[in-house]
Write a protein that binds this ligand. Structure first.
Ligand SMILES: [Zn+2]
Length: 172
């Protein structure tokens, strides 16, 4: 078990698009294990590799509630191949933007193509919270944070808060 450090703004890595994984090998499977450990420890429902400082297009998620069986899902090189016109608004948070929550409107349903942990191509249809979560994580692979979907004033206010808090924690 390896819980890794989660990066926060102003780390420039969070703004950089991630690289595609060329081959799903043991190093990728180990990365995914660390990502699940880090996500469950946080706790959170989704994590992108870039958030632990690895700019590769890998995301993990598990939206199961505490009383439900875990539903861990790892997606390598995820890509949205279809999105519904219908949208849904959901309050989002992010392990890289701690203590900030705000509503983001996104397509209500998406279809995602990705590689599984055996390197096999898969497609999966996401709805509800899963659709929001997978879009949030895919955004990370493109260097986009959920606060980037909000207005400029809100985004800047939130960023300032996060950066100030990170500095205080370093000094403490
Ligand atoms: Zn996030």
């Amino acid at each position: 078990m390896a819980v890794r450090k989660i990066i926060t703004p102003p780390d420039p890595l969070l703004k950089k698009p991630s690289l595609l994984v060329k081959e799903v090998d043991d190093s990728i499977r180990e990365l995914v294990r660390d990502m699940f450990d880090t996500m469950y420890a946080a706790p959170g429902i989704g994590l992108a590799a870039v958030q632990i400082g690895v700019p590769l297009s890998v995301i993990v998620m598990d939206t199961a509630r505490e009383e439900e069986e875990p539903r861990p899902l790892a997606l390598i090189n995820p890509q949205i191949v279809w999105a519904s016109e219908e949208t849904r608004a959901q309050e989002e948070g992010c392990l890289s933007v701690p203590d900030i929550y705000d509503e983001v409107e996104r397509p209500a349903e998406v279809r995602v193509r990705y590689l599984d942990l055996d390197g096999k191509e898969q497609e999966k249809h996401f709805t509800g919270l899963d659709a929001t979560c997978v879009q949030h994580e895919i955004d990370h692979t493109k260097g986009i944070l959920f606060i980037d979907h909000l207005g400029r004033l809100k985004r800047e206010r939130y960023l300032k808060k996060v950066i100030k808090k990170a500095r205080q924690m370093q000094e403490a």
